[in-house]
Design a protein. Structure first.
Length: 174
């Protein structure tokens, strides 16, 4: 599915690849679980209305599936980053992870424009900003192991940010 989403984004001149597009969606959904998929498409394409229905449907399914996996009732480890398969070259995996982080930061910033970050979310966001500077000149088992650790950290970080924003919204309602 990763390659299919990437192909759609390339075909329609999106400024982002599949990993970054998913990062944007996750960032938006962490801040506002009811985020609108149409807003996401609008961020990805100059004219999302020109997308063929099949392509739009695949992208909207990715967004809604991501929303479902981020629901607090969903099993914690069902959520994952949308990245190339493990059999892709390591430098491409690292580059996709970096792009995912950039997308996530954009998505959170899109949905959360004020500087009021709940709990430890500001610290997590600083960590993710640092990951946008990751070097994709990698090779070998050590770098592969480091990538896996960063990947797992990001999965947990996303759920932390989601929970902190959810708790913050609930506190504001009461």
């Amino acid at each position: 599915m990763y390659q299919a989403v990437n192909a759609i984004l390339e075909k329609h001149d999106a400024d982002v690849g599949a990993a970054e597009a998913h990062g944007v969606a996750v960032g938006m959904l962490c801040v506002e679980v009811k985020a609108d998929a149409a807003n996401w498409l609008h961020q990805l394409f100059a004219d999302e209305h020109a997308l063929p229905d099949d392509d739009k449907s695949l992208l909207l399914n990715l967004f809604e599936r991501t929303r479902d996996l981020l629901e607090p009732e969903t099993e914690e480890f069902a959520f994952d980053l949308f990245l190339p398969d493990d059999d892709e070259p390591l430098n491409e995996q690292v580059e996709a992870l970096r792009s995912w982080c950039e997308g996530f930061l954009f998505g959170v910033g899109y949905a959360q424009s004020n500087a009021d970050w709940p709990g430890d979310s500001a610290e997590v966001m600083r960590d993710i900003v640092e990951l946008t500077k990751i070097d994709s000149d990698v090779e070998g088992e050590e770098d592969e192991a480091a990538l896996l650790e960063i990947h797992e950290y990001l999965r947990a970080a996303v759920l932390t940010v989601r929970d902190l924003f959810s708790e913050d919204k609930n506190a504001q309602l009461h």
